[in-house]
Design a protein around this ligand. Structure first.
Ligand code: ADP
Length: 231
């Protein structure tokens, strides 16, 4: 990392954008969370666990986690066509897969847990922030979990390894690597790579992702404790 490298928005390479988190923001959902990271704004609602009558869609040995990621038409600079597209289908699937290892799904056979992830404003890194918000909303719904899954992207911009790329950085960057993990066990539950990193850069980037996720995990836990008290 080069000393003194400043990013376009004034951050140093290992800085996240400003994070704000809140839980219990929706009255009609079983659990909910609202999270901001810089210009990203995401709200998540959880419904469930509830019994599924359809044998086809349920599992005898545990709950099915169904996540749906959606970007509002006004969430990006050019109006986005409403509805599901290939990108949102992919992100819905990977958010489910990143969160599943944390949940004791076996406690709820023949049930579903439905998660709606609504992106109100997007500025790069929404899949990671969606994972952070989903974990919080599931905790708010009192669904038992091994840990809160945390996530952030790392990448390479102007030859520098940086944390939490904005959309502008993502566009001009040489690599973007979203990472989700369970800090308690260091288990990685999602890793993707767009672009190219050398082996040394990959190790540096992964290290930075670990520290970003650990910081976010602390904030997630503080957010839950602030709402529900306890030690
Ligand atoms: P992520 O949001 O997880 O980084 P991408 O890398 O696919 O996912 O997208 C990067 C950013 O590009 C998004 O956060 C958003 O700001 C922007 N973006 C994504 N899809 C669209 C779209 N259909 N129209 C305009 N901007 C978009």
């Amino acid at each position: 990392m080069t000393d003194g490298y400043k990013r376009d928005d004034g951050r140093t390479p290992n800085m996240l954008r400003e994070l704000k988190m809140n839980v219990g923001v929706l009255n009609n959902a079983d659990g909910s969370a609202y999270v901001e990271c810089g210009n990203n704004k995401i709200i998540v609602g959880v419904y469930g666990p509830r019994k599924l009558h359809s044998k086809k869609h349920s599992k005898i040995d545990g709950a099915v986690l169904r996540c749906k990621y959606n970007m509002a038409p006004f969430s990006v600079t050019e109006r986005k066509r409403p509805g599901t597209d290939r990108r949102s289908t992919e992100i819905s699937k990977l958010i489910s897969e990143a969160i599943t290892p944390a949940i004791f799904l076996e406690k709820y056979p023949r049930s579903s847990i439905d998660v709606s992830i609504e992106v109100l404003e997007a500025d790069g890194g929404t899949r990671c922030l969606g994972i952070v918000a989903t974990s919080l909303a599931l905790a708010d719904a009192e669904i038992p979990m091994r840990d809160l899954i945390s996530a952030c992207a790392v990448g390479k911009v102007d030859g520098e390894i940086v944390l939490d790329l904005s959309e502008a950085e993502d566009q001009k960057g040489e690599a973007d690597m979203p990472v989700a993990m369970m800090p308690r066990t260091n288990e990685i539950t999602l890793i993707q790579m767009d672009g190219h990193l050398t082996q040394n850069e990959f190790v540096e980037a992964l290290d930075l992702a670990y520290s970003g996720c650990n910081y976010i995990n602390k904030l997630q836990k503080e957010t839950i404790l602030k709402k529900y008290g306890g030690a």
